[in-house]
Ligand binder design. Structure first.
Ligand code: XMP
Length: 520
C-alpha cells in the first residue's frame, strides 16, 4: 500500500456516495479540474469528515426517495462545518430536507435531456446561458428551498432545480452536472470548486512527485519486483517505482505464448532500453502450452495459466535477487475503481483477476500500489508524463490469461497463430480509422466451429472469427461499439483475404451485462 494518501497532500473534495450511478464520474470530473477528489461512504461520521479537512464536500445522487424507509440520511451538522457543500440530485434533496426546505413527490419525475432556465445572478451558474439543456433522472422534487437560499434555476417540472446560499457555501442542483449530456455541467463543478478555494494542484506532474516520494518512503533501501503484463497499469506502476528506486527494481515479463502480435517485443523495447530497472523476460510458451494441451474448459484454462504464471514469476524473482538479498516488495498496478469496488477506500480485497495471475496465499511480499488512487485516464496521463511510449500508454486492456480466453476450446499453436493474425488486422484497421482511443477494447475471438464459404470459385470449409469491440468507462459495464459499416467491411475483407483458413467474420452486438467483454 502506498505510504501516504493524496488527501494528506492535496486539497481534497470528498464525494459522499449515496449509491449513485455517477459517483465515480463526479470524482473524475473534479479531478479533471485538477482538484483531488475521493469517494467516501455516505454514513461517514461528521467528526471524521471534519478531521479529514476537505476543501469541499459533494453529496451524490442516489436511487432512493428521501421518503423511503432505510434511505440514507445526512447529518445536518455537516452543513455547519464551514466547508462548502454541493448537493446533486438526491444530495440536493437531502440538503433541502435537512435545512428546513421541502421535498415532494409531485408524481412528475424528469428523465433525460430537460430544458433548464438559469438565473443570471447565480454564483453557481454564473456566465451560463439562461436557456440550456441539463440531464435529469429523478422522481422527487424540491418544492421549497430552505430559508436563506435563493432559487437560481428551474425546469418546467421542477420549480427549484438549483438553489444556493453563497454566504454559507451551500449549493444544490437537481440535475447531473457531471455527465456529458449536461453541456454546461463542468462549469457548475468549476464554480463550486471556486467557492471551495481548493488549489488546483492535482496534475500528472504533481501526482508523479507525490507517488515517487511515497514509494521511496515505503521501500526505503529495499528491493522490489514488478510483474509486467504488457498492459498500461503494470507499465506505469513499474515506471513510477523505477523513478523512486532505480535499479533496485526488477521487472519480470512472462511471455506465456498467449500474447498478441509484437507484444513481447514492445514490452522489451519499452523497458529494456528506456528504463534503469532490470528486465527479466521469461520465455515460457512451451511450459504453458504443454499444460494447456487437451484442455477446453474455460475455468480450468484460467487456473492452469494462473498457477503456471505464479510459479514462473516466483522462480524469476528469486533469480533476480541482488547482493543485498531478495526483493521483499511486490509492485501491483491496482487502480482506484478496484479499491472502491472492494468497499470504500480502505479494503484490501481486490478482484482476483486484477492481480497479475492471482497472488499465492502464502505470499511474503509487501505490496506496493502506486496507482491505487488513480483512475485509468489518470494512469495514462501519468504514463505520458513519465515518457512511456504511446503504444504502451494507449494500449487497450488485455487479460492476464491472454489469447487463451479468446480461443473457445483447446489452445494450440496453430489456433493461436490464426487468432493472432486476425487480431493484428483488427488493431491495424481500427488505428487507421482513428478509433483506437474511443474504443475500450477491440479484438478477434476464435470459436470452436467451422463454416462453409466460397473463395475463388472454390468451396471452403474454414474458420469464422468473431469481432468484439466495446465502449466502456471502466469495464464494469460496456456497450458494443457502433462501428461504421465501411470500417467493419474493411476489417472483415482483410482478415478473410489475408489469413488463410478464415472464411467468415461475425460482429458481436452484446452489451455487458448480460454479456462480458471477453468470451471466456
Ligand atoms: P469481462 O470479460 O469480465 O472483463 O467483462 C472485464 C475486463 O477485465 C479484463 N479481464 C481480465 N484481466 N485477468 C486480467 O488481468 C483476467 O483474468 C481477466 N479477465 C478479464 C477484460 O479484458 C476486460 O478489460
Amino acid at each position: 500500500m502506498a505510504a501516504s494518501d493524496p488527501h494528506e497532500e492535496f486539497d481534497t473534495v470528498l464525494v459522499l456516495d449515496f449509491g449513485a450511478q455517477y459517483a465515480q464520474v463526479i470524482a473524475r470530473r473534479v479531478r479533471d479540474a485538477h482538484v483531488y477528489s475521493e469517494i467516501v461512504a455516505p454514513d461517514i461520521p461528521v467528526a471524521e469528515l471534519a478531521q479529514r479537512r476537505p476543501a469541499g464536500i459533494i453529496l451524490s445522487g442516489g436511487p432512493k426517495s428521501v421518503y423511503s424507509e432505510g434511505a440514507p440520511r445526512v447529518d445536518p451538522a455537516l452543513f455547519s462545518l464551514g466547508v462548502p457543500v454541493l448537493g446533486i440530485c438526491y444530495g440536493q434533496q437531502l440538503m433541502a430536507q435537512a435545512l428546513g426546505g421541502e421535498v415532494a413527490r409531485t408524481g412528475a419525475g424528469e428523465f433525460g435531456k430537460t430544458a433548464f432556465r438559469a438565473d443570471a445572478g447565480s454564483l453557481l451558474l454564473r456566465d451560463q446561458p439562461a436557456e440550456q439543456t441539463v440531464w435529469m433522472s429523478h422522481n422527487d422534487t424540491v418544492v421549497r428551498a430552505p430559508d436563506g437560499f435563493r432559487v437560481v434555476g428551474s425546469t418546467p417540472g421542477t420549480p427549484v432545480a438549483a438553489f444556493e446560499d453563497p454566504e454559507r457555501g451551500l449549493f444544490g442542483v437537481q440535475y447531473h452536472p457531471e455527465v456529458t449530456h449536461t453541456p454546461h455541467g463542468q462549469e457548475v463543478l468549476k464554480a463550486f470548486l471556486g467557492a471551495t478555494c481548493a488549489r488546483p494542484s492535482w496534475t500528472a506532474y504533481s501526482v508523479i512527485e507525490a507517488s515517487v516520494a511515497a514509494v521511496r518512503d515505503q521501500i526505503g533501501a529495499g528491493r522490489a519486483v514488478c510483474g509486467l503484463s504488457g498492459g498500461v497499469d503494470s507499465a506505469v506502476a513499474a515506471a513510477l517505482v523505477e523513478r523512486a528506486i532505480g535499479e533496485r527494481l526488477t521487472c519480470v515479463f512472462v511471455d506465456h505464448g498467449l500474447l498478441r502480435h509484437g507484444e513481447a517485443e514492445q514490452v522489451e523495447e519499452a523497458f529494456g532500453r528506456h528504463s534503469a530497472a532490470h528486465l527479466v523476460t521469461v520465455k515460457a510458451a512451451d511450459r504453458f502450452l504443454d499444460k494447456l494441451a487437451g484442455v477446453d474448459d474455460p475455468e480450468t484454462k484460467r487456473k492452469i495459466i494462473g498457477t503456471e504464471f505464479v510459479r514462473t514469476f516466483e522462480d524469476a524473482a528469486a533469480d533476480a535477487a541482488g547482493d543485498d538479498g531478495h526483493a521483499t516488495f511486490l509492485v501491483q498496478g491496482t487502480l482506484y475503481p478496484d479499491v472502491i469496488e472492494s468497499g470504500h477506500g480502505t479494503a484490501a480485497v481486490i478482484k482476483s483477476h486484477h492481480n497479475v495471475g492471482g497472488l499465492p496465499q502464502d505470499m511474503t511480499f509487501a505490496l506496493v500500489e502506486p496507482l491505487r488512487w488513480l483512475f485509468k485516464d489518470e494512469v495514462r496521463r501519468v504514463g505520458e508524463e513519465l515518457g512511456l511510449p504511446e503504444d504502451i500508454v494507449w494500449r487497450q486492456p488485455f487479460p492476464g490469461p491472454g489469447l487463451a480466453v479468446r480461443i473457445i476450446g483447446e489452445v494450440t499453436r496453430e489456433r493461436l497463430d490464426l487468432l493472432r493474425a486476425a487480431d493484428r488486422i483488427v488493431g491495424e484497421e481500427l488505428r487507421r480509422a482513428g478509433l483506437e482511443r474511443e474504443i475500450w477494447q477491440a479484438f478477434a475471438v476464435l470459436p470452436a466451429i467451422r463454416s462453409v464459404g466460397v473463395q475463388g470459385d472454390e468451396r471452403t470449409y474454414g474458420h469464422p472469427v468473431i469481432l468484439r469491440a466495446v465502449t466502456s468507462e471502466d469495464a464494469m459495464t460496456a456497450d458494443f461499439a457502433r462501428i461504421d459499416w465501411d470500417v467493419l467491411e474493411g476489417i472483415a475483407g482483410r482478415v478473410i483475404n489475408e489469413v488463410p483458413g478464415i472464411n467468415r467474420m461475425a460482429y458481436d452486438i452484446t452489451s455487458k451485462p448480460p454479456g462480458t467483454i471477453e468470451w471466456e
